[in-house]
Design a protein around this ligand. Structure first.
Ligand code: DQA
Length: 147
């Protein structure tokens, strides 16, 4: 199976950014760890990070018919980007939303996900391990969207 690992804005700053919330490991560490976990299960992984909404929309469109699943941390886009939610709704590729931190126990604006209805599951508060959990959910074959 071909899996797209996507990370949105500011996740290139992992390791530097609020280490008390997101830890000391970098995006490179995250991508390497996820790729190793996925490869051990026979998956091929493409990693993509961007701080730009339109580039993320384009990447989601390109996954249609080309990828079997998307593991996606939309960062702050989670809380307001209807463009990214509609992009996920425009493709047949199932997506699991991931948050490193537990967004439900943080500021009120983080409690809302406009992305979740277009995803098949949401994983939060599990650190980098949450990305592996998201892959497990995709490999179980879950395709029904939350919305
Ligand atoms: C995040 C949570 C978001 O609220 C925040 O804007 C991020 C990271 C997480 O992984 O916990 O950039 O998605």
């Amino acid at each position: 199976k071909k899996i797209l690992l996507m990370n949105g804005p500011n996740l290139n700053m992992l390791g530097i950014r609020e280490p008390g919330v997101y830890g000391n490991d970098t995006l490179e560490d995250l991508e390497a760890g996820f790729s190793e976990y996925a490869r051990a299960q026979g998956c091929e992984v493409e990693c993509f990070q961007s701080n730009h909404e339109g580039d993320l929309v384009d990447k989601i469109h390109a996954a249609h018919g080309a990828c079997d699943g998307i593991v996606y941390n939309p960062g702050a886009h989670t809380h307001y980007s209807y463009a990214l939610r509609d992009a996920l709704g425009s493709v047949s590729t199932p997506c699991v939303e991931v948050h490193i931190s537990d967004v439900s126990t943080r500021e009120a604006f983080r409690h809302i996900s406009v992305i979740a209805p277009a995803c098949v599951a949401q994983v939060k508060g599990r650190g980098f391990a949450g990305y592996n959990d998201a892959l497990d959910i995709l490999l179980e074959g879950v395709t029904e969207r939350l919305g």
